[in-house]
Design a protein around this ligand. Sequence first.
Ligand SMILES: *[C@@H]1O[C@H](CO)[C@@H](O)[C@H](O)[C@H]1NC(C)=O
Ligand SMILES: *[C@@H]1O[C@H](CO)[C@@H](O)[C@H](O)[C@H]1NC(C)=O
Ligand SMILES: CC(=O)N[C@H]1CO[C@H](CO)[C@@H](O)[C@@H]1O
Length: 267
Amino acid sequence: MDRFTRKFRLLLLAWLHRSRSGPISLVRRFSYKEIKRATDSFHRTFYRNSHGAAYKARFQDGEVALVREVQAFNVEKDVFYRDVQQLGRLHHRNLLALRGFSAGRKRYLVFDNIENGSLKEHLNDPLKTPLNWKTRLQIAIGVAAALEYLLLFSNPPIYHVSISSSSIMLDENFTAKVSDVGILSSVGNYVRVPNNSCPEDLRSQHCSNIIFQLGVLILELITGQSSEEGGEDLIQWIQESCLGSSIPRMIDPDLGNNYDSRELKSF
Ligand SMILES: *[C@@H]1O[C@H](CO)[C@@H](O)[C@H](O)[C@H]1NC(C)=O
Ligand SMILES: *[C@@H]1O[C@H](CO)[C@@H](O)[C@H](O)[C@H]1NC(C)=O
Ligand SMILES: CC(=O)N[C@H]1CO[C@H](CO)[C@@H](O)[C@@H]1O
């Protein structure tokens, strides 16, 4: 058995055991000390913004992970546990998997590590290989598949998801992994998971926001420009380019002529 199979078997057995005897959880709990040690006392910063930080972590068993700080100071512990369990139950190829959490002195979520970083870095960093057309299409399709799963197939549906080039992570094969789902808002602070008793009009508002964000992401993939202001800046730029009736000028110069214009049109 390879390492993954062995580990999965253990998890499955543990789950079967617990499902007969109480609350189930596949999400591991880490202590503050473990998180601190794995992140080199929070020195291995992956990114930091005004709302919190994310760190690269290496745990004692050699597992590499991404640790995100959660601003949840006034969220009660049992609410936090419940939301974390709900997040832990989500499994999709295009979602960044939650592995664990810490609810000690500070609260953290522990995710799979994505070596290749965010989509934004790949669009903006001149040192990274530009993404080809096929990869861009696959990223958009992957993100749409994750949204389909969250909105239509998870129970309860997850309406809180933030789609932007900085929150889409890429694995070694450039598979898109949506990372801002559920209890983390795009700025890293805590939002409650909308549930089935969330009013209908609020839900449809969440849905329109998500569709808008997906549209902006598609524009980012086509133009190679990342939006800083929730899409408004990019949309304005595109409208101005359209006035000059020059669609080819909108297309990411990194693509050259290597794109399919029929696909571009439907995209
Ligand atoms: C990437 O693709 C290779 C070849 O198909 C596969 O062996 C590998 O497991 C993939 N990696 C991930 C993280 O899915
Ligand atoms: C569901 O969401 C509503 C609105 O956000 C909230 O008032 C309510 O307490 C939640 N219900 C449960 C069971 O969490
Ligand atoms: C473009 C890029 O950064 N590719 C890297 C993605 O991750 C794999 C595995 O870590 C690296 O080998 C690639 O160089």
